[in-house]
Design a protein around this ligand. Structure first.
Ligand code: BDR
Ligand code: CA
Length: 312
């Protein structure tokens, strides 16, 4: 079994990914770590407890992550227009009391990797601040993590916050660039592939009454689908975070290309991801030259991934 830490900003599609993970025998969730993004960090932590309570998995540790970006600034923008004010489509879940882990998210990740070297996969479903901090906490982490799978970026297509940037990367571009620079065994699942994996409003209606998970997802997705209806003119939603989860245990359903990725940290295109496809010899070194190779998903078998995720 894959020992999985999910770093998350729940979030409607985060909830889909986490609940699907609890229904997946291929993985063992050894912890949730929380981060700002769709909601602020304390709300992300609260929502993590809501999901654990729903899954009857309250024994899973929740380590709270950073409230600030890597550069020390506090991100004030939240995605309430996509995920609702409390992150679950304005369905206002009951408060679930949980006890936060004594370690920070970054320390928790570093600890888990040193306890189980080569076995831990981190699935990052929000801005990657905690991952960058974990690399800083423990310089050995790079070699100890089995893999970091990140939902983030847009290479062939526009971003989803503006033409340049995808939301998770824009949430903390400095952290993302740092991870692209330091990271070993990093895989990126970007909008290029997640915009091909959809759940329709019919799919979501049909989930209602199919167990606790089905009804919960069906309820919270109404607001999410409404956002897609207004923004993209579709009667469905993209399932970003669940698709990244699928890449954790079924990488064979994706086509991967190795490249070196840089994130713009300044200017109007802050948060943009640019890959050196490494298919030619450059005459002179450039800003990408010394970076490690990361695996970027360039195609997905959406006809297999979407039903598999829906089922779970
Ligand atoms: C990403 O941003 C968040 O809104 C979603 O949860 C997902 O992780 C998509 O850009
Ligand atoms: Ca997310």
């Amino acid at each position: 079994k894959i020992k999985l830490i999910i770093d998350t900003d729940p979030g409607i599609d985060d909830a889909m990914a986490i609940l699907a993970a609890f229904n997946s025998p291929e993985v063992e969730i050894i912890g949730l770590t929380t981060i700002f993004g769709n909601v602020r960090t304390p709300m992300a932590t609260q929502n993590a407890f809501v999901l654990l309570n729903l899954a009857q998995q309250m024994q899973v540790p929740v380590a709270e992550g950073s409230c600030d970006q890597l550069n020390g600034l506090t991100k004030t923008r939240v995605a309430d227009f996509v995920h609702g004010a409390e992150g679950f489509g304005n369905t206002y879940q009951q408060l679930v009391e949980g006890k936060k882990h004594s370690l920070t998210a970054a320390q928790f990740i570093a600890n888990a990797a040193s306890e189980h070297p080569g076995e831990v996969v981190v699935l990052a479903l929000g801005p990657v601040t905690n991952i960058a901090l974990a690399y800083k906490v423990d310089p050995q982490l790079r070699t100890r993590l089995k893999e970091v799978v990140i939902l983030g970026g847009a290479f062939q297509s526009n971003g989803n916050v503006n033409p340049a940037a995808e939301a998770n990367i824009l949430g903390d571009p400095d952290a993302a660039d740092y991870v692209m620079e330091q990271g070993n065994n990093v895989r990126l699942v970007s909008l290029d592939v997640t915009h091909q994996v959809e759940f329709t409003s019919k799919d979501m209606d049909a989930l209602h009454g199919r167990g606790r998970f089905g009804s919960f997802i069906s309820d919270i997705s109404k607001f999410y689908i409404e956002y897609y209806r207004k923004s993209y003119g579709v009667d469905s939603c993209f399932v970003h975070d669940p698709t990244a989860f699928a890449a954790v245990f079924r990488p064979d359903l994706f086509t991967w290309q190795a490249g070196k990725v840089l994130v713009l940290t300044e200017g109007v295109a802050r948060g943009m991801t640019i890959m050196d496809h490494c298919v030619r010899n450059w005459a002179a070194p450039h800003a990408w030259s010394d970076r490690p190779l990361v695996q970027v998903a360039v195609a997905v078998q959406a006809d297999k991934v979407a039903p598999m995720l829906l089922e779970r």
